[in-house]
Design a protein around this ligand. Structure first.
Ligand SMILES: [Zn+2]
Length: 632
């Protein structure tokens, strides 16, 4: 099979022809303003390998026009996201940008650094702190603010502070209410699937290049390193809360269920600085990401932007966020926030207007196009989100995935449908011939729908896989949304070259933050119900590290967990710590061996019939990474 990406077709060349976009050229000044230092080549290394390397993207030159394999508007965003360095935003506030998908912000407090969002991973956060200390003078980190519950805003915290400093009160960690619950809750039960789907959203397995990866829309790329977490020492529970953090006054606005389930904007009243977290960045964001997540509330999102204007509008001198570049000047920021407010409201209201006229999500996604108000400014363009996808998210939030037509209510799964479609169309050759005609006509969206049936009916059909890959690729080349581009190009890459090997997938990075309830919920979705018919058991747990008691029970092929007590009739009582239990479950050895070893080394004390616990722990599935997405 051909393995290399192909050139743009005539249709794609025409679609991607360089155009005058008419976007504000001042974005390049904003993204470059105040540069004080850079990490050479934007390269961050550890003894274990390269974590970040901006030089991979040197082909995206500042003043170049787009190659025919990249959408011209996305190319501009990729140029902007390629600007990296430590920048002075205003006296007393600096940002390091372009060293992770997100930004890290340094604010000079009375005695040390107040850090907003310590990036995704420790090496990137540490490299940026080192750069700030070396350039601006060494300061201790006295506070960290997590703007929200997404990994790229806390995962690097161990690069800027330590558990000890937080426990000793030398460093405050401030987060929005519900941060810990939502950090884990959003992706723990679906985590294994979400990580795999995220590979398509961000494209980390695509090489950098004009025919492959150019950007993520929200930032350049995601770094290669496991994230970490230190729990917040305090939570903001109310809009209007004012804190003095290392001598700096900050007023908070909570924005739950907008960009993240736990998130907050905040304002510095003595300076006129506004941090919009990830609620307002320089693109139209996702109302549901293509990696999958709980759908977001675009109505609330818009109203928070409005509330922000009411609370602070007349006092804002500059705004900064945890992605992209800042903006300066009251009039400019107010105009920006107003358009952001109206964007999320427009998507919401117009989707529901048409839904109430009886159109379904797929139809609405084709009926609505971005009006000129939102096409006039790059910060409302879907480089990360995508209008069609966001419309479906709004519809889904109110009306579910189902469009109301019973023909779509109970569909055959892809392989069964695929075989029947291939037959109905007149066989493999007829389908391929039709697909090829449509490909030649540039009707790529139809090609991928048609060929999907054949690939699922017969994934060994090389001609079908190659043509499907070619069609994915041309769509990807034309996409303005980086996440859509990455998804299509990943699909093409895997059809041509196959997936990476499937290995047991873990969620180790989140263990520290998981509650026993979340741990048991994660465990429960691994239970192989076919294997536990007729079995029941009750297991008491005492977690000595948490001071908690739980009962975990199996009945009717399902688990249930009860906090706060033991069951006197339980078959076994296990006394241990949460990490040991996790290791016993996820350690990759049979439960009987793991529990025996833990009992032997004293990390588990069991009273009663230990073997009875096998009824649960002996019947847990192992999830594998790299499951197929574009083939059965
Ligand atoms: Zn983010």
């Amino acid at each position: 099979m051909g393995t290399a990406p192909k050139e743009a077709t005539a249709h794609t060349r025409a679609a991607n022809a360089p155009v005058e976009l008419g976007f504000d050229p001042a974005d390049f000044d904003r993204a470059s303003r105040g540069l004080v230092a850079q990490i050479p080549d934007g390269r961050i290394e550890t003894p274990y390998g390269v974590v970040w390397d901006m030089s991979r993207y040197d082909f995206i030159e500042r003043d170049s026009t787009n190659p025919d394999t990249v959408n011209p508007s996305l190319w501009r965003q990729a140029q902007l996201n390629g600007i990296h360095g430590l920048f002075e935003v205003a006296p007393g506030i600096w940002q390091a940008r372009g060293y992770d998908i997100s930004n890290i912000t340094f604010i000079a407090g009375e005695t040390g650094w107040i850090i907003v969002d310590p990036l995704t991973v420790e090496p990137c956060a540490k490299a940026c702190l080192d750069l700030a200390n070396a350039t601006l003078g060494e300061r201790p980190v006295t506070a960290v603010i997590y703007t929200h519950s997404h990994t790229d805003h806390f995962g690097g915290v161990r690069g800027v502070t330590t558990h000890d400093d937080v426990d000793a009160g030398r460093c405050r960690i401030i987060a929005p209410v519900g941060f810990m619950r939502e950090t884990i809750g959003e992706n723990v039960i679906a985590g294994y699937a979400m990580i795999r789907r995220a590979m398509y959203q961000f494209g980390p397995l695509l090489p950098a290049g004009p025919r492959t990866h150019v950007d993520c829309g929200l930032g350049k790329a995601i770094p290669f390193w496991p994230p970490g977490l230190i729990a917040p020492s305090e939570e903001i529970t109310e809009t209007g809360t004012e804190l003095v953090v290392d001598g700096v006054r900050i007023v908070f606005q909570l924005t739950p269920e907008a960009e993240a389930p736990a998130e907050m904007n905040f304002f510095f009243p003595d300076h006129g600085w506004l941090c919009t977290a990830e609620n307002c960045t320089h693109n139209m964001h996702n109302l549901v990401p293509i990696r999958g997540a709980l759908v977001r509330d675009s109505l609330k999102w818009s109203k928070y932007c409005g509330e922000l204007l009411e609370l602070f509008g007349d006092r804002i001198e500059l705004m900064f966020a945890s992605h992209h570049w800042p903006r300066w000047g009251n009039a400019d920021v107010v105009q920006y926030l107003t358009l952001q407010r109206d964007l999320y409201r427009w998507v919401h209201d117009q989707t529901m207007r048409l839904a109430n006229h009886g159109y379904n999500a797929t139809e609405i996604a084709e009926m609505l196009t971005m009006p000129p108000e939102f096409r006039a400014e790059a910060h409302t363009v879907g480089y990360y989100g995508h209008l069609a996808h966001n419309i479906k998210a709004v519809y889904q939030r109110y009306l579910s995935w189902y469009d109301g037509n019973p023909a779509n209510l109970w569909k055959l799964p892809p392989v069964d449908a695929g075989r029947r479609y291939v037959e109905a169309i007149g066989g493999v050759d007829a389908l391929l011939a039709s697909a090829r005609r449509s490909f030649d006509a540039g009707d790529y969206r139809w090609v991928v729908e048609l060929l999907n049936h054949l690939v699922f009916a017969d994934p060994t059909n090389t001609e079908a896989r190659e043509l499907q890959a070619d069609a994915f690729e041309q769509i990807g080349y034309q996409c303005e949304s980086a996440t859509f581009r990455n998804a299509y190009l990943m699909g093409a890459q895997e059809l041509r070259n196959g997936c990476l090997p499937r290995t047991p997938a873990g969620r180790h990075g989140y263990l520290d933050a998981m509650t026993p309830e979340q741990l048991f919920d994660t465990l429960a979705v691994k239970l192989n119900a076919d294997a536990v018919g007729g079995l029941s058991v009750r297991i008491n747990f005492t977690f000595t590290d948490l001071g908690e008691q739980w009962v975990l029970g199996l009945a009717n092929r399902a688990l249930h967990a009860v906090p706060g007590r033991h069951d006197p009739a339980a078959e076994v009582t296990i006394t241990t710590t949460k990490p040991v239990l996790y290791k016993v479950i996820e350690g990759g050895v049979p439960f009987a061996d793991a529990i025996a070893a833990a009992i032997a080394d004293g990390t588990v004390v069991a009273q009663g019939d230990v073997a009875a616990a096998e009824r649960i722990f002996g019947h847990l599935d192992t999830f594998l990474s790299n499951f197929p997405l574009v083939e059965p």
